[in-house]
Design a protein around this ligand. Structure first.
Ligand code: 5U1
Length: 693
């Protein structure tokens, strides 16, 4: 094949791809590739056309802006074409742009520039006739756009009547409709709640909202607008004279010759102007503006993908003119791409310190947002289902600021034949224990808490903590060191430590080793409640552990209890009961628990007689802030006296303990005639039965 026919084929392929992406982006509002890929293809095409002008045809996408308008909207012909901007991506490319201007103007670079953030939204043209909003249109193909008047009318920041009295009889305002980041987050959160499709980014959300045939939907979407220029401006301008009488004058009397001042004129008429827009003295200030906006990007309330620089003087703009797609007097200086394409090579499952199992995407390394990315979190099963992703798929990956890379979407068009489904493990990839997804939880969890290598450090720290077994001389740092040096793997291993092997560790003297051995020796004597708590069963806190001990009296009975009998215990609901049963079903956990049972001991629990439970059959509800005793502590004490402590108030409640800032529960208690106690009343009651602070 000759070089020219190879090139011709490539040009044809580029036409097809760019036209397809244009259609998806501009007409369907469903882009399938990130902007960076589109820009790359367009650049390749323009480069070939520059070097081989014979290959530049009239139907080339390089000669056209955007795609065809949607058929469902009527069409609007722009009186002045709506153009797009050429891009530069580096300081060198910016300097080349600056040089082209200097060459054309045959002067130095000492010209003022209007510097603006480049908003990631949708370009629109808004027409005012005699100060009244009459029409709004999308860019479309630059010559003809879609009539979106009714939708734009709903955007709160766009005035339906211009402010003041001095304006042209016909004024077209050009600018960007966008969705602020906060509105975008809210919209997606709502969609997730309703199980609906989410938008990949604020730009798609803005486009989707503007292209609604029902403008009531647009009105609910919280869109915003910043003006960045003027389109058609009529020759006739109406102004008021000093005596307040209206008279007509010519455009040049009113219209400024500075682009920046024109934006200020629009602002004075009530149109929103981006607060970051600045007038630069000359091109020396360009890089600083770019860097400054890049640094503050994450803090801005709206999404941007670069900066725009425009020669400020309109006479100079007119001298410079246009090329096919864009003005020669303006350029978009874009930020490094935050989105890129890559391949999902595999999915691995990581077990976190708390047993949460997270799918991690292993990606073909790709440079995005200024770094090379090879991993991204896939969050959970729901996220994988939502994305419809398979191994070997081409994916859009996004890295914004210092945020963790995210997989935004899958390019279904590029799905290969060897695409494979992602399967979640049935057992923990680290310790092989059963994994469980609890009702209402999005994550999958390993149930081998006492044994699992991934959870080891946290499990031992919890076991040794003050409210659990309380091992003197064993802090978090030392636990980490013992695990790292492979001296222990489970809480039971702690009791096999010897003075000798502890003192071989770095920074451990003989004295500290002796103290730890003594602490371990003392810790062997505990209570059943503390022992249960020390096992770190999910959602079994101190109070639940105490209730379990009081209810079952022996550890043997707790180990074999089924969910139903567990739910008889105060404060134990279906989820906690399931957690307990599953914990004791894991062979590895049982192994460690058996070892611990052989090492540790606790006194038998006295069965309380009825007269030792003076509050038996009395139901309490606690509300508001208790200042002298924590809510959990109070609850434990009341329960130890036989009381039932409930979370909600009803006619069956005997007492409401109302702390500070008690709210609706207090009102309800008063309505139901439930007796209300202050915190002090409750403390007096506890003291009466021998419990004091
Ligand atoms: N901020 C800004 N964005 N933007 C986009 N200004 C601006 N100007 C544009 C476009 C397409 O076009 C004019 C220079 C014609």
């Amino acid at each position: 094949m000759t070089e020219s026919s190879t090139l011709q084929k490539r040009v044809f392929a580029l036409h097809q791809l760019i036209n397809q992406y244009n259609h998806q982006y501009y007409v369907l509002d469903e882009p399938s590739v990130p902007d960076v890929e589109y820009d790359r293809l367009m650049r390749e095409l323009i480069d070939i056309e520059l070097q081989h002008p014979a290959l530049k045809t009239l139907d080339s996408p390089s000669q056209k802006v955007g795609g065809e308008p949607l058929k469902a909207f009527t069409q609007v012909e722009h009186q002045v074409p709506m153009l797009s901007l050429d891009n530069v991506f580096s300081a060198q490319e910016w300097q080349a742009f600056d040089k082209r201007i200097q060459d054309r103007l045959k002067s130095t670079h000492d010209y003022a520039l209007c510097a603006e953030p480049k908003l990631d939204g949708l370009a629109v043209s808004i027409r005012y006739e005699n100060g009244i909003f009459v029409q709004a249109a999308t860019r479309g193909d630059g010559t003809t756009g879609e009539n979106i008047t009714e939708n734009v009318r709903t955007i709160k920041s766009i005035p339906l009547k211009l402010q003041g009295n001095d304006f042209p009889a016909i004024l077209e305002v050009r600018g960007e409709v966008f969705m602020p980041k906060a509105s975008f987050e809210q919209l997606n959160a709502k969609a997730i709640k309703k199980g609906e499709k989410t938008f990949a980014n604020p730009r798609n959300a803005a486009a989707g909202s503007l292209r609604q045939l029902d403008s009531k939907i647009t009105a609910q979407r919280n869109l915003a607008f910043y003006a960045y220029g003027m389109g058609y401006v009529s020759d006739v301008v109406s102004v008021l004279d000093e005596s307040g009488k209206k008279f007509e004058t010519q455009q040049e009397e009113w219209l400024s010759n500075s682009h920046y001042q024109r934006l200020c004129q629009l602002k004075a008429l009530g149109l929103p102007m981006c607060p970051e827009v600045k007038l630069l003295k000359n091109a020396d200030d360009v890089e600083a503006f770019y860097q400054n906006i890049l640094t503050s990007r994450a803090a801005l309330s709206y999404e941007i993908d670069g900066t725009v620089f425009k020669v400020d003087n309109i006479t100079l703009q007119e001298k410079l003119g246009f090329v096919a797609r864009a003005p020669r007097w303006a350029i978009a200086y874009k930020f490094p791409a935050q989105e890129e394409l890559t391949t999902l090579e595999d999915v691995e499952f990581q077990v976190g310190r708390t047993g949460a199992i997270t799918p991690v995407a292993r990606l073909k390394p790709v440079f995005v947002g200024g770094v090379t990315v090879s991993n991204a979190t896939l969050h959970n099963q729901d996220e994988i289902t939502r994305l419809g992703i398979k191994i070997n798929d081409t994916v859009v990956i996004r890295r914004a600021g210092d945020v963790i890379p995210q997989i935004v979407s899958v390019v279904i068009d590029k799905r290969p034949e060897n695409a494979k489904d992602i399967h979640f493990p049935n057992t923990c990839p680290v310790c092989d224990s059963e994994v469980l997804r609890l009702e209402g939880e999005a994550v999958l969890r390993c149930t081998g808490g006492l044994f699992c290598g991934a959870q080891r450090k946290e499990a031992i720290k919890h076991f040794a903590s003050r409210k659990a077994i309380d091992i003197d001389g064993l802090g978090d740092k030392l636990v980490e060191q013992l695990v790292d040096e492979k001296l222990i793997q489970t809480p039971a291993d702690l009791f096999n430590l010897t003075e000798l092997n502890i003192s071989t560790m770095e920074r451990m003297g003989k004295k500290s080793a002796q103290n730890l051995i003594k602490g371990l020796q003392n810790a062997k004597q505990t209570t059943l409640a503390k022992f249960i708590y020390s096992l770190g069963i999910r959602e079994v806190g101190e109070t639940t552990a105490a209730n379990l001990a009081q209810h079952f009296l022996t550890f043997e009975k707790i180990k074999i209890a089924d969910e139903e009998s567990l739910q008889q215990v105060p404060d134990v609901g279906a989820v906690v009961a399931q957690n307990i049963v599953l914990f004791f079903q894991q062979p590895h956990n049982v192994e460690v628990v058996n070892e611990l049972e052989n090492i540790m001991s606790w006194p038998a629990i006295e069965v309380k007689s009825e007269d030792q439970q003076p509050l038996l059959n009395q139901t309490f509800v606690l509300t508001g802030t208790l200042n002298q005793m924590g809510r959990n502590e109070a609850k434990g004490h009341l329960q130890s006296l036989g009381a039932k402590v409930s979370g909600s108030i009803s006619a069956k409640t005997h007492f409401l303990v109302a702390g500070e800032k008690a709210g609706s529960k207090l009102t309800k208690a008063q309505d139901l005639g439930v007796e209300v106690l202050t915190e002090q009343d409750m403390l007096n009651l506890l003291a009466m039965h021998g419990i004091s602070l």
